[in-house]
Design a protein around this ligand. Structure first.
Ligand code: MTE
Ligand code: MO
Length: 319
């Protein structure tokens, strides 16, 4: 049996318990912290609901893909979350030890407003949407997922990034006591990822807190993760604890472990193969975990929206 999760909390992580239940108190605190414009109405305040279901229901985003979403069962039992083990079923089996409350995010680097913010302060001013996106793993399988979240751009601008903020790095939780996979040096811990500021603030890039109208299962990156739909799945960091604005291209865990296989950009691209397998097609998971193969689309089908971010860039070199 595993050891009990570490229950020690840093003073910076302490949030009054009532804040989870009382949106007005939560908003007052967020306004005091200078994070919320005073005009916010309580109904717009996003919170992680104690009961697990978002209420009111997140509004449906009109730009969602029309493909049939995978079942919650598929989405929450076939995962990559190496902190909980390297096999696809490991995160579902092990992630119950992840302690998602209280949670806070450190904001650092090239921004006017840095410091440690509680998850409640992070979420308070945002209205949640449901967006159905394709997810394409670098391992050449894909799913369709109805995420609950809001644009990352709306969060980042609250920290007032400086003109030197050319990139954003995301660092995720790395706690041996909660995460059995951390003892294996498969990757550089904490798991870290990065985006250019243009990618991070693109309207498709999301902060995600739920799936299928419910709070994120731990194995999907609770309580808060990033989703970048035109990039291979590993760019979408789970359970983030730090956002760092920087003028230099940040280190990313997969690139550190195998730079010839995983580049910084990692845009879904059927024309650039992984050195060990083709990226021209993908295995669509679903119902029994095998719904057939499909050709992989440039930028995972989001080319119209994102191709302009890369004009003039040689995508074979900048893979
Ligand atoms: N912290 C962390 N984030 C992570 C990973 C991980 O191992 N650790 N795996 C990535 C990979 S490879 C993929 S495909 C997606 C999977 O997201 P899902 O399990 O919610 O479908 O999460 C990404 N984010
Ligand atoms: Mo992945």
């Amino acid at each position: 049996m595993r050891k009990k999760p570490d229950t020690r909390i840093k003073p910076s992580e302490i949030t009054p318990e009532g804040a989870f239940l009382n949106r007005r108190a939560l908003l007052k605190a967020a306004v005091a912290a200078g994070l919320v414009p005073g005009i916010m109405s309580a109904s717009e305040a996003a919170t992680i609901p104690a009961g697990g279901e978002f209420d009111p229901k997140p509004t449906k985003w009109p730009g969602s893909v029309t493909d049939k979403p995978n079942s919650l069962e598929d989405i929450s039992t076939y995962n990559n979350y190496y902190e909980f083990g390297a096999a696809k079923g490991d995160p579902a089996a092990n992630a119950h030890t992840l302690k998602t409350k209280p949670w806070s995010i450190q904001v650092s680097g090239e921004a006017a407003k840095t410091g440690t913010f509680t998850l409640e302060d992070i979420l308070a001013p945002h209205a949640l949407e449901e967006r159905v996106y394709r997810l394409r793993c670098v391992e050449a399988w894909s799913m369709v997922i109805p995420w609950v979240g809001f644009p990352l751009a709306d969060l980042l601008k609250r920290f007032e990034p400086t003109s030197q903020a050319k990139f954003v790095q995301f660092l995720t939780l790395a706690d041996r006591n909660q995460m059995p996979g951390i003892r294996y040096p498969i990757l550089e811990w904490p798991y870290r990822e990065g985006l250019t500021i243009e990618e991070a603030t693109h309207p498709l890039t999301l902060v995600v807190v739920g799936v299928y109208g419910k709070v994120l299962p731990n194995q999907n990156g609770a309580p808060i993760r990033i989703v970048v739909p035109w990039k291979y799945g590993f760019k979408s960091a789970k359970s983030i604890v730090r956002i760092h604005f920087t003028d230099k291209r940040p280190l990313t865990s997969w690139n550190m472990s195998a730079p010839q296989e995983y580049g910084f950009y990692s845009n879904v691209n059927p024309k650039v193969d992984h050195p060990r397998w083709s990226q021209a097609s993908e295995r669509k998971l679903g119902g029994g975990l095998l719904a057939g193969r499909a050709p992989t689309l440039m930028f995972n089908g989001y080319a119209d929206q994102v191709a302009s971010l890369y004009t003039g860039l040689d995508l074979a070199k900048n893979f």
